[in-house]
Design a protein around this ligand. Structure first.
Ligand code: 5RP
Length: 223
């Protein structure tokens, strides 16, 4: 078992019979979906799941996990997902994928949000390893980029995987990857982005994570 599978298994062990569980998106979330499906089948866990993306929904479906639509959700016990950066005070940056909107809705709705990472994701400052992803409604991107420049953010429109055009999110929006340098705190960036017209969602997740499980050389540490 590798470190990713180990943290995923620990998170799956937190789930009890009959819970409603949110499934994140990415390779760590994939490992969790597999570990949860295994418990569901072997122990008759009787969980219901709600996915943060089409990819996670397909994976859960293929593994026989019961899925409910996000539209029908009125209570969520757990949300389990990966992250791209995590600070010591549990601020996250997410969204190197294209499913920020549902990810943040589920992370906010959940009673507990468990984050699965390895040591390489730990940072002193959000933005240290990756620019901050900002999902924008397509016609607003230029004005949003200008507004971001005014607060010290340099944006690049994210290209698609083979660099032949622009990346689009699951909802047909564009993504600005924004370098804020070191002058603003994550809280200042979060507040500014939350108040910026044209921004649909962004990758800073503050005051949302309950625990972070970190895979460290064959062991799991908790933050
Ligand atoms: C997708 C995400 C992922 O959780 C994040 O990119 C981490 O992915 P991985 O577990 O594959 O390292 O935020 O939008």
């Amino acid at each position: 078992m590798n470190d990713k599978e180990r943290v995923a298994k620990k998170a799956a062990m937190d789930i009890s019979h009959g819970m409603v569980v949110g499934l994140g998106t990415g390779s760590s979330a994939d490992c969790f979906i597999e570990a949860l499906a295994q418990r569901h089948h072997e122990e008759g866990l009787g969980v219901q799941t709600v996915a943060s993306s089409i990819v996670s929904m397909q994976k859960a479906q293929n593994l026989g996990l019961p899925i409910i639509a996000i539209e029908h959700l009125d209570q969520l016990d757990y949300y389990v997902d990966g992250a791209d950066e995590v600070t010591d005070d549990l601020v996250l940056s997410k969204g190197q994928g294209a499913d920020l909107v549902r990810e943040k809705i589920l992370a906010t709705a959940a009673d507990k949000f468990i984050v699965l990472i390895d040591q390489s994701k730990r940072v002193k400052r959000i933005g240290e390893r990756f620019p901050v992803p900002v999902e924008v409604i397509p016609f607003s991107w230029h004005l949003v980029a200008k507004a971001l420049r005014r607060i010290g953010g340099q944006s690049l429109l994210r290209p698609n995987a083979n660099n032949s055009g622009l990346a689009t999110t699951s909802y047909g929006n564009l993504v600005l990857d924004v370098d804020f340098g070191v002058s603003l705190t994550a809280e200042e960036i979060d507040n500014a982005l939350n108040a910026m017209p044209g921004v649909i969602e962004h990758g800073i997740f503050r005051n949302l994570a309950s625990s972070v499980y970190i895979g460290v050389a064959g062991d799991v540490e908790e933050l």
